[in-house]
Design a protein around this ligand. Sequence first.
Ligand code: HEM
Length: 218
Amino acid sequence: MDTPFSTLIRTASQEAHTEAETSTFMGDLLGGKLGVDAYTRYTEQLWFVYRAMEDGAEALRDDPVAGPFIQAELARTAELERDLAHLHGGAADWREGLRPLPATAAYVDRVAECARSWPGGFVAHHYTRYLGDLSGGQIIRDKAERTWGFARKGDGVRFYVFEGISNPAAFKRAYRELLDGVPVDDLEKMRIVDECKRAFALNTGVFRALGAEFPLSA
Ligand code: HEM
C-alpha cells in the first residue's frame, strides 16, 4: 500500500469527522446556546469513555501493535475527574448515581471489547479520541472558557489541556509516524480504518442522545 497509513485513516474518516463536528448538539454547545448543564452531561459521557480506554490500555502496554500508542501524557481520566468535581460544584460525591447514556454504554462496551481482544481496533479508538482532542479539542476549550467562564486552562476544561505535551504539532507528527509504522498487514489496516469509522459513529451516537436530552426550546 503506497499511501501512508496516517493519511489513509485520516482521509477515510474525514466524512465522519464533518458529521461529528457539525452535529446539532456540538453546534448548539459551541454556539453558546446551551447551559453549563449540557456541557457537564457531555463531560460525564467522556469520563465513561476515557475510563474504558485507559483501563483497557493497561493490559496492552506491551502489545506490539497498541503498546507504542499508550503514552502517559495522553491520559485524561484524572483531568476529567477534576473537571467533573468542579462542574458538580466541588461535591466529592459527583460519581454517585452517575450512569452513562445508552449510546455511551455502547461506545464503552466496544472500546472494552477491542482492548480485550483486538489491539488494532483499540488503536482505531485511541486515534479517534486522542488525536481529535489534540486538534479540535483546543477549539472546544476556547469556546467553553468563553461561554461558561472557566478559568483559562483551569478546572472545567482540564480535559483539553495536555500538560505533558508542550508541542502538540510535533506530538501529532510523531503519532502519525507511529501509525505509519504500525506492524500489521494491509488487510488489518483496512479493518482498523473501518473501526475508526465505527468509533466516529459511536461518538455521533452520543451527540445525538445528548441533542435529544438538550433540545433548543427556540
Ligand atoms: C466541534 C467539534 C470538533 C471540531 C471543531 C474539530 C476540529 C478539528 C480540527 C481543526 C482538526 C485538525 C485538522 C488538521 O490537522 O488539519 C481535527 C482533527 C481531528 N479530529 Fe476533530 N473536531 C471536532 C470534533 C471531533 C470529534 C467528535 C472527533 C472524534 C471523536 C474528532 C476527531 C478528530 C481526529 C481523529 C483528528 C485528527 C485527524 C488527523 O490528523 O489524522 N473531532 N478536528
